[in-house]
Design a binder for this molecule. Sequence first.
Ligand SMILES: Cc1ncc(COP(=O)(O)O)c(C=O)c1O
Length: 477
Amino acid sequence: MPMLLDYGNILGVSRNFSLVIGACFQYSTRIYGIESFLPAHFKSDYWTFFRKKRAVFVKHSGSDRGLHMGWQGLYADRMALISDTSIIGLLKLAERPDVISFAGGLPDPRSFPLAAMKEVSDWVFDNQGGAAMQYGPTAGYTTLREWIAERMKLVDRVSLTAEHIIVTTGGVEAMDLIAKTFINPGDTVVVEAPTYLAALHVFRSYQARFVDVPVDDDGMRIDLLEERLSALKREGVRPKLIYTIPAFQNPAGVSMSEERRKKLVEVADRYGIPILEDAAYAELRFEGPSPSSLVSLNPDGVLFANTFSKIFGPGVRLGWIAAPPEVIAQLCQAKQGTDQCSSTLGQRLVYEYGKRGLIEPQIEASISLYREKRDRVLQAVASLFPPGCTWTRPEGGFYLWVTLPEGVNTTPMLEWAIQNEKVAYVAGPPFYADGRGQNQFRLCFSFINPEKIEEGIRRLSRVAEHHIERRHHAQQR
Ligand SMILES: Cc1ncc(COP(=O)(O)O)c(C=O)c1O
């Protein structure tokens, strides 16, 4: 801690308060590279600093209540990059029982065969209770890793062994371990625009920079990716990862065509950039043949992340990464410092459940459930949404992506929708690295009661109509 100036004398406030001010100011100036400091904001509860043209707020003690911890001044730099809590507040509002919510991306609990899960769980406790409650290997329960590798031969059409697999605590930890292993502050990650907001959160927390590539109905625009990579190369920048969700993308619902998958793998290989393939929804295909997984097209150049959250249940908090064994060794090192191993109980439960052949029928049942909901949403949207709106037509997964005319802002519209029509969605900006997508929103159809879909879309249509008209009047003025 640098030597404290006597801010109490300078500002004429008490000693305790001056210590807090001094610590914040001097520490911040040294460590955060503060550009300016606005004591004018002294009247509020926050000191305001400017750093890289962004305001940083530091809460002050406000009165002479004694020197307390001053948590706000202690948080790491990375927290300022992931501190937007507005979406959490809105998702909470959307949970009100009177709101028809297309917001949270949750599986339908009817897709969890609880009786079968209970039977398997009893068997695990009766036969392997001690081991199931014990620590396990960091890479995961070996028998489960073997089973995952075998299953990937059928599902993802790639020949791997247990050595290529690490079991993770869900899909988000898979991304976190990859980011922890590969991303230095300031490294570039290529993401889709829009993309999964939790992935942006993970990469931000490792202080990555983003370059984004738009998606259309056939997934990531590989022609634009090539342009971006070539421009970056000219600047001497080699991105660390290309993150893509090629099947039934979250949030857009679109899938990458076979042709683009091949092209992507070829381009990434040519530029020497690993692809992070997120396959969270790939098995929830409602129709049509499955294109090649990216990992099958280049097992040496693709880090494949998947989760049991959508095909078994998110409560078990398990997922996995498939990667070359030398990368798996590094990921294990990274995992040692987080949770050492994922739930051994959960791993034995999933293995036993999978070995009995219960995952496939569960996936089949989930597909019928979600297909029916997707059909209802598409029908309702087609007949009720006002002119000027467009939307994607997902062939699987959980989501539909809606675009309203330019100038409609879906963020304030959401609050209006919840208050006035009791309907909710997730607004577009958090799905973009740079916060664009103001006239877009995500509709999740997986969790909603099918009986409520038409009424929900009717309400949303009224919301959209109202805001399109409002924008129209504003433009005429
Ligand atoms: C695209 C995508 N990837 C990964 C995940 C992983 O989730 P979890 O950590 O629940 O396994 C999700 C969940 O919503 C997702 O949408």
